[in-house]
Design a binder for this molecule. Sequence first.
Ligand code: URA
Length: 192
Amino acid sequence: MNLEKLNKKISQCQRCELCKTRTNVVCGSGSDQSEIMFVGEAPGRKEDKAGLPFIGSAGKILDELIESIKIKKENVYIANIVKCRPPKNRDPKPEEVIMCKDWLNQQIAIIKPKLIVLLGRHSMDRFLPGQKISVDHGKPKRYNGKIYYPVYHPAATLYKRSLLEELQKDFQNIPKIIKEIKKEEKTEIAEV
Ligand code: URA
């Protein structure tokens, strides 16, 4: 299945209660050829209205961060662990994360990103259980054959300004990490 077909299927999802209160399913945005995938928590009010991820105040910060590492937004893929807005922007419930799990897994299987950047604690918990964002942010982790990079959620910097500097620093390392991954891939091919 290609990404377009998968996202069409996701758009009709009724696996959890969130389908009753959503305006739009927010599947994701960007290229199916992306080397980097950014995974946030869940859509907010603006995202729910537009059907697009990260277009509100957190999205503005994410845009600036992506721009700061000289990467074009259209060349990355941006998605969330939960595709529908939780009412009043509450945290997604564990059962909602579980119900949505397979959609994101399928998106990752199609896109095959080299690096999955986990935006915030909820996204990190979904992929890397037992880690702590204050300790593990900015450290690439290999787990089940994929490479993850947990960072603070852009929205967290709106409430705690000091986190912005940490987030900016962690983003600056992304191009270097991608380069390392590519170098490693080349070495692996040469060894075979
Ligand atoms: N915060 C998220 O985690 N995702 C969005 O799409 C918007 C804000």
